[in-house]
Ligand binder design. Structure first.
Ligand code: MIC
Ligand code: SF4
Length: 645
């Protein structure tokens, strides 16, 4: 049978199950990735398994999120991560070395392999022809222990690219166009696989921008073929020995087809507060901006910054705009320094930040009250920037640079004094500066390694086995597309508490209802009611772990995002779905819900919920595999796997 790339890689890694869309399969994981904000919990989970060393081919721990260090907390986490990496045979990319996805694509991604990462943008590395998937920290811990990764066999959407981007139009515009068409709701259970003559016109960093923001579609991952350009990129990284060619067979079958003609695309922008609220830049040309940020794991490559420099060269930033730039990796930072690009950016008035996530996740550079911030990152959820009423727009580095000059959202083709065709001359540098000394390599003899645990590292809380009666108040009723940023916000104040669940749980639903933690405690926990796509966005398991700590027993929603659904099960929270979605309207906040004989109901995946307050019954179901039933009955993944091991 003629196979697509997705099926080829899954087939070569298949451990269990049949590759039929919608059914659970499990695959061998070759590589894992964590970052510091999810890594501490992932390594505490791994440690609890009592194994001497990771069982993967390559596991990398990146320190790139919590680098502001306004107190001891981040530094404690860093010391913990660096030492625990040594203890268990894990590479550790130290703070300053760059953003996990940028560095992984440069230094570790290998075509044909699988990668599981505790960050939702892990699929970035799929630009090199691998299957890279985001998951919660607990799932990554299981993969490090050599356990197969369970997932729902996805449908494969073929996105066929034809033509060639015109000058001033960017890879970012391809993924924004796809978000416009597919929205953030329609990717669950699917993989996007790119094909067509347009693919060979896109460099690896451009492909990375596209696979990175596939996370916003909600898809499991996004895959590009591994071709001549992949070879050249890997060669420039001194890693050509790891290259293999990987392409779909002729006549390979797909479940859906979407065609995008690159010749027809225009610069696009996503409006506040969702990445799918996409319009043409020229339709937003009256929007005044007060801040521009070029960076994040989506758009911080050498060519991104080189293109921004062409637009900014010789100009000064608009007096009403603050421009910040963060190169994605130390390699990129060194190369833009060597090639004079940094000097152009500095002389334009840009504020240069370290190679880290920074403003993307509200760590510094929060915009002014009500201010418009135009950013090259991937998410513009409400409040994520650190300013509750900040208005975040998302666009390419070219649009960002042009707007920094004019002070309004600007199509680079409309900017006076530049020849937009010059942008086409920018190539990814083939002369990479390769220096891995900021990546600590695994060591053989680990017995003497002492793991450093400062006071910010608190033990991992766990739930006991599932009880047979689940009851409680509806603590909160929320609408559609609730993000993990809504459930467990990030930002410079809350993120340092990621290793301290009792402390971070005081911020659950902070932007929606500040009384939530107090009410949860007073009511001895309870239930949350949600709409469609509950838990979209980040992989942060704290959006399950912290509610679990507060006693949340079940989420009753219209549908769930993939990673969050798995995280809820990993921490023993029931993910229930309305059988009849109109029943959502029949429940109010504070209603008391009761589910009896829970254990039997989990086994059947069918639930009758009594709304005691309204004296009515609601039918619900759970989309859970037999394995997930056992995990829930055990009270979570760690309890379950300990029994197995
Ligand atoms: C994000 O972009 O939201 C994050 C911060 O990288 C998260 C992970 C986390 O919350 O630590 C993600 O995307 O998974
Ligand atoms: Fe970091 Fe932002 Fe990328 Fe998340 S999306 S990994 S916070 S740069």
């Amino acid at each position: 049978m003629a196979e697509n790339i997705t099926r080829k890689i899954l087939k070569s890694h298949l451990i269990e199950g049949e590759m039929i869309a919608g059914q659970e399969i499990s695959i061998k994981v070759d590589q894992t990735l964590t970052q510091d904000a999810t890594g501490t919990m992932a390594y505490l989970s791994f440690e609890a398994l009592g194994l001497p060393r990771v069982k993967t081919e390559v596991s990398v721990s990146y320190i790139d999120h919590n680098t502001l260090q306004t107190g001891f907390e981040n530094a404690d986490d860093h010391a913990f991560l660096e030492t625990i990496a040594q203890k268990y045979g894990i590479y550790c990319s130290r703070p300053g070395n760059g953003i996990c996805h940028q560095v992984h694509s440069e230094r570790f991604a290998v075509p044909g392999k699988t990668l599981l990462g505790s960050d939702s943008h892990t699929p970035t590395s799929s630009a090199l022809g691998m299957i890279a998937i985001g998951a919660g920290g607990m799932s990554v811990a299981m993969a490090m222990a050599g356990q197969p990764f369970p997932l729902i066999m996805p449908k494969v959407i073929n996105v066929k690219l034809t033509g060639k981007l015109r000058a001033g139009v960017a890879a970012k515009d391809i993924i924004l166009e796809l978000l416009r068409r597919m929205t953030v709701k329609n990717g669950v259970g699917k993989v996007v696989e790119y094909s067509g003559s347009g693919v060979e016109t896109l460099s690896i960093p451009e492909r990375c921008t596209i696979t990175n923001m596939g996370a916003e579609l909600g898809v499991t991952t996004s895959v590009f073929p591994s071709d001549k350009l992949t070879y050249e990129f890997m060669k420039s990284q001194g890693r050509e020995a790891d290259w293999i060619e990987l392409k779909a067979d002729e006549d390979a079958e797909y479940d859906e087809l979407i065609e995008i003609n690159l010749d027809e695309l225009e610069p696009m922008v996503a409006k506040p507060h969702m990445p799918d609220k996409v319009i043409k830049v020229r339709e937003a040309s009256d929007v005044k901006v007060s801040q521009v940020f070029i960076g994040s794991c989506t758009n911080s490559s050498y060519s991104d910054l080189a293109k921004a420099a062409i637009i900014l060269d010789g100009k000064i930033v608009n007096p009403k705009v603050s421009l910040c730039i963060a190169p994605g990796s130390r390699q990129v930072f060194e190369m833009i320094t060597r090639d004079g690009i940094l000097q152009k950016l500095i002389s334009t008035g840009a504020r240069i930040l370290e190679s880290a996530c920074g403003p993307c996740i509200g760590i510094g550079q929060a915009p002014q009250s009500g201010g418009v911030s135009l950013r090259t990152n991937n998410r513009n959820f409400i409040g994520r920037s650190g300013t509750a009423d900040g208005q975040i727009y998302l666009a390419s580095p070219e649009v960002a640079a042009a707007s920094a000059v004019t002070g309004v959202i600007t199509d680079p083709r409309d900017l006076d004094g530049i020849n937009v065709e010059d942008l086409k001359k920018v190539k990814e540098s083939a002369e990479r500066i390769i220096d891995d000394r900021m990546i600590l390599s695994p060591i053989e003899n680990t017995e003497d390694v002492v793991v450093r645990r400062g006071p910010n590292i608190k033990p991992l809380p766990l739930r006991g086995a599932m009880e047979d009666k689940v009851d409680g108040k509806v603590l909160l009723k929320v609408g559609d597309d609730i993000t993990t940023d809504d459930i467990m916000p990030a930002g410079s104040k809350i993120l340092p508490l990621r290793s301290n669940v009792p402390a971070i749980s005081q911020y659950v639903f902070y932007g929606i209802d500040k009384t939530f933690p107090k009410r949860a405690k007073e009511n001895n926990g309870g239930i949350i009611v949600g709409g469609v796509n509950y838990g979209q966005g980040s992989s942060r398991e704290h959006a399950a772990l912290a509610p679990m700590y507060l006693g949340v027993k079940a989420i009753l929603a219209k549908s769930f995002a993939r990673i969050h659904h798995d995280n809820l099960i990993n921490y023993g929270i029931l993910p229930l779905r309305f059988k009849d979605q109109s029943d959502y309207d029949k429940i109010s906040q504070d209603d008391v819900l009761v589910i009896d004989n829970v254990k039997d109901k989990i086994k059947n995946s069918r639930f009758i919920i009594l709304n005691k307050t309204k004296n009515m019954k609601i039918e619900a179901f759970a989309t859970i595999s037999d394995r997930q039933k056992d995990v829930l009955l055990s009270g979570g993944q760690l309890n379950y796997i300990k029994k197995l091991l």
